[in-house]
Design a protein around this ligand. Structure first.
Ligand code: GUN
Length: 289
């Protein structure tokens, strides 16, 4: 059997960012409106700092305004809620993202639900989660949106496909399951308590791994010819003490069985920020009316 085709998320994300940039330029010319994205980082988490820096850079590259707010690890809930309220009221800010995880003194759900749902470009507000679950227009979480775009690009119509999503987080697993249901897939959400997880995965025409466990999904968990989406970004010890990134799927095994697979890095990762920019553009267009 030939190896799986590699789904190039990096190239797709670059094209998406370019399209967003073109739309931003048109919005400026036609309506004098520049979309703006505010990103809030609380504390010093190194991975979060890298993400926030990349978000700011790519926001500017797309021609949008970028507003960064860095707060100390000891920020109180009240201070953070005050900042969110200020951003809600700022007409230059069309999208608000509060980077997770937040320090333990802060109630994340309360913060996310204070963001104006029309500026909630992460799609984490209960209103947007509810709108997605009931099939209404919603701002959709960026990583699941990126997964869906790549699947549609690669497979076309998804209706009738058996999809197994491993992972039940509010950020990826649950919203992706809703999106796939919206595409008329037959959807199973599997998780750490699923009985005989490998057998469940072998049913999948579309297998999504979003659990945060390096190389958990083995080659013999995959139906021959299936499409495999690897959402995991795990930093592991590599050679000579260097760290390297691996996904939730054992790529070397999976590539021999799957029909198509996203690599790590260069698969879903780059799609997340590109979708964030797309969501910010959507929010700005809706604000314009
Ligand atoms: N931390 C890790 N992923 C994300 C994300 O998509 N959005 C936010 N706000 N924080 C994150």
């Amino acid at each position: 059997m030939t190896d799986a085709s590699i789904i190039d998320g990096k190239a797709f994300a670059a094209r998406l960012r370019e399209r967003v940039g073109q739309e931003v330029a048109r919005l400026k010319d036609d309506a004098g409106l520049t979309p703006g994205l505010a990103v809030v980082l609380v504390g010093e988490d190194p991975a979060s700092q890298v993400y926030v820096r990349n978000k700011g850079k790519q926001t500017l590259e797309a021609g949008m305004q970028s507003f960064e707010h860095r707060l100390s690890e000891s920020t109180t809930q009240e201070e953070l809620l005050d900042l969110v309220e200020t951003l809600n009221a700022d007409p230059e800010v069309h999208g608000i993202l509060v980077q997770l995880p937040l320090p333990e003194q802060i109630d994340s759900a309360a913060v996310l639900d204070t963001i104006d749902p029309t500026k909630d470009v992460d799609g984490f507000h209960v209103i947007n989660a509810g709108r997605l679950a009931t099939g209404q227009d919603a701002l959709v979480p960026c990583t699941p949106l990126g997964c869906l775009m790549l699947l549609r690009h690669h497979l076309g119509d998804l209706s009738g496909q058996r999809a197994v999503v491993v992972g039940r987080s509010n950020i990826v697993g649950k919203p992706l399951a809703q999106l796939l249901l919206g595409e008329s897939c037959t959807v199973t959400i599997a998780h750490s308590r699923t009985r005989d997880l490998p057998a469940e995965c072998r049913n999948a025409d579309i297998l999504v791994a979003a659990v945060g466990r390096p190389k958990m999904v083995k080659g013999d968990w995959i139906k021959p010819g299936a499409t495999v989406i690897d959402v995991g970004i795990n930093r592991v010890e590599g050679e000579e003490g260097k760290t390297r990134l691996v996904g939730d799927v054992d790529f070397d095994e999976a590539v021999k069985v799957a029909g198509a697979i996203t690599p790590v890095p260069g698969g879903i990762g780059p799609m997340t920020i590109a979708c964030l920019l797309a969501n910010t553009l959507t929010a700005a267009c809706r604000a314009r009316g």
